[in-house]
Design a protein around this ligand. Structure first.
Ligand code: 3PG
Length: 205
């Protein structure tokens, strides 16, 4: 898994190329496409087919049905805002990484019972941020976190400096990538740069 996990919300299918190209140019080749908009399933299928070099997962998965549909669309991993036993079971059955949202000791213990040691810490800034993650790390040294929710370009570095942070997640990464894409589109040097040649996704974390 890369250290930055953009939370991608596709509201219209036509946005998919713009966002994924911007992320690639920004140096990000891994993202969760959220399963929360009417075109999410279609966007996921399109993205997985047309961007095989990227590691694309499905986010906002809240039950087994969504999980099956996301995997059928080509998702390489599954992220949930909380813990869905149904999604965990589908992922286990299909041997796919599952990152449930866990912010309490009880939720983390449940994840561990399912053999899951990397969890999404969501919404990070509401549940104590880095301080909360550090406190949870004392009894759960085997757990790694993906803080998401309130993470931004400023606090990202502090999160990433913590050894138990597997990656940081957030919509801000999409915003940053789009901002950079807009700047380079305006740049007079445009057209001189070499074509982008991304490396293939690495599979599971
Ligand atoms: C999500 O939509 O999954 C999270 O709310 C992302 O939070 P952010 O917009 O604060 O990054």
């Amino acid at each position: 898994m890369e250290k930055r996990m953009p939370v991608v919300v596709i509201r219209q299918i036509g946005e998919t190329d713009t966002i994924l190209r911007a992320l690639q140019e920004y140096g990000i080749h891994c993202e969760e496409i959220t399963f929360r908009t009417p075109c999410a399933e279609e966007a996921l299928a399109y993205a997985c087919k047309d961007y095989p070099q990227m590691l694309i997962g499905a986010g906002t998965i809240i039950n087994g049905d969504q999980c099956r549909r996301a995997l059928a669309a080509g998702a390489k991993f599954i992220v949930s805002p909380g813990f869905s036993e149904e999604a965990a079971a589908v992922c286990r059955e299909q041997n796919v990484a599952y990152y449930p949202g866990c912010v309490t000791p009880t939720e983390i213990m449940k994840a561990l019972e399912w053999g899951i040691t990397t969890v999404k810490f969501f919404p990070a800034e509401v549940y104590g941020g880095l301080k909360g993650m550090k406190a949870l790390s004392a009894p759960f040294p085997q757990v790694r976190f993906i803080p998401t929710g309130g993470v931004n370009a400023e606090n990202m570095k502090e999160y990433l400096a913590f050894e138990k942070t597997a990656a940081v997640g957030g919509s801000f990464l999409v915003d940053e990538a789009l901002k950079q894409a807009a700047v380079s589109a305006d740049s007079p040097a445009r057209g001189k740069e070499r074509p982008f040649a991304p490396t293939a996704g690495k599979g599971k974390e």
